[in-house]
Design a protein around this ligand. Structure first.
Ligand SMILES: [Zn+2]
Length: 397
């Protein structure tokens, strides 16, 4: 249908409207609509209708207002406009509706469509590092910001996957808890996303996947490892559909049964949860003994080895798996140092000194000394639990 006058169609019920008695029309008022209309079409004249859950057309499903959206029809264009919360504080607020809005936008096959975001009268702090990251991801995946003059900083889209990785690193330096999703390299061209799927984390994981799908160059390969959290092992279906629809990312779901089986059958556990916990504690992959950063040869090395954990008679299977995937029970090591450490040719003392086996010849010791540029495990890694694992390891040698 063609609209000669801009026309809004808006679902009035929010998810919890019945409990809160707050309806979308209370926050997205005709005045707000007027401003939105002017900014998009440059016209003052518009019509609008707030519709019930049951209402359905080519763009709206019979449900409540998912994605905090208004649809604006003008001529043969359809504008998806998603609105911020009024009060922007926690990670949940505002952000959770964004992937939903994008999912609805992406899933509709209508060609002449655009995606917008509008800040309602903002209270709180809309410009934490975390929010800025989200805005930049949004801009990267095609959101147009209608009134970003309410922010102090201009929103710049990301230019590459490396650009996102670099900015996440800056974020993580300031506040560790901000890291719910990690992007890391397994080879020069292969990127791995370790994404949590629970609570607010799933929104961030979804957005990062969308942005990486858009930014990936032809030769770059991306894998998403969904990291187990509580009982949820997968992103919401709607997000997975979009990720699959974009056709760039290979999704590897995690499964507790598979993880248990891998733990039972192998002494070198390659669990996404373990890698995630190491990224969370140690940051970017780099060898703790020589600083090597070549992703192809950096591995997670257990301090208390999986083989020894499995031999413990007095602890439950669940606890064993917990020790095997604990971020304190590991270091990033290059393949050389990993092997040397596993063979107890290189040792780490209770106080974190990196030393060599007494049985080495002088030549070999000199060689090891040359390739082992770090002599000490950094203090921030030497947490009490890390030291406990060191003691358990050293006791067994
Ligand atoms: Zn190394």
């Amino acid at each position: 249908m063609k609209y000669d006058i801009p026309h809004f169609v808006i679902k009035n019920n929010l998810q919890k409207s019945k409990q809160t008695n707050v309806y979308f029309g209370d926050v997205v008022t005709p005045e707000v609509l007027k401003d939105v209309c002017k900014r998009i079409t440059d016209l003052d004249n518009y019509t609008y209708e707030y519709v019930d859950d049951e209402y359905t057309d080519d763009f709206l499903d019979p449900t409540y207002n998912k994605g905090r959206m208004a649809l604006l029809h003008y001529k043969d264009e359809v504008m998806y406009i998603s609105f911020s919360e009024k009060d922007i504080n926690g990670r949940n607020s505002s952000v959770q509706s964004v992937p939903t809005a994008f999912n609805l936008f992406f899933s509709n096959t209508y060609k002449n469509k655009k995606l917008y975001y509008y800040f309602l009268n903002v209270e709180g702090n809309p410009e934490t590092d975390y929010h800025v990251l989200i805005y930049r991801l949004m801009k990267t995946i095609g959101f147009h910001f209608l009134n970003d003059e309410v922010l102090q900083h201009k929103i710049v889209p990301f230019s590459s996957i490396e650009d996102i990785m670099f900015n996440r690193k800056i974020n993580s330096g300031k506040n560790k808890s901000n890291n719910s999703t990690y992007i890391t390299k397994s080879t020069v061209r292969n990127y791995d996303i370790y994404g949590k799927t629970y609570g607010a984390n799933k929104y961030e994981t979804s957005l990062i996947c969308y942005a990486l799908s858009i930014l990936a160059k032809k030769e770059q390969r991306i894998t998403l490892y969904e990291v187990l959290e509580q009982d949820l092992k997968e992103l919401p279906k709607s997000s997975l559909n979009v990720i699959n629809g974009m056709g760039v990312i290979r999704v590897v779901p995690t499964d507790l049964q598979l993880e248990k089986k891998a733990f039972e059958e192998n002494n070198s556990l390659r669990s996404p949860r373990y890698i995630y916990n190491l990224l969370n504690k140690l940051g970017k992959k780099h060898c703790a003994m020589c600083g090597c950063e070549i992703p192809e040869i950096i591995q997670g090395a257990h301090i208390w080895p999986v083989a020894l954990i499995k031999k413990q008679g007095h602890i439950s299977f669940e606890d064993k798996l917990q020790h095997a995937t604990n971020g304190d029970n590991g270091l990033w090591l290059c393949e050389n140092h990993h092997k040397l450490f596993d063979q107890n040719i290189i040792l780490i003392t209770h106080s974190g000194n990196i030393t060599f086996s007494k049985s080495l010849s002088t030549e070999n010791e000199t060689f090891l000394s040359n390739i082992t540029t770090f002599k000490q495990i950094p203090n921030e890694i030497m947490t009490p639990q890390f030291v406990q694992y060191l003691d358990l390891r050293n006791k067994a040698i």
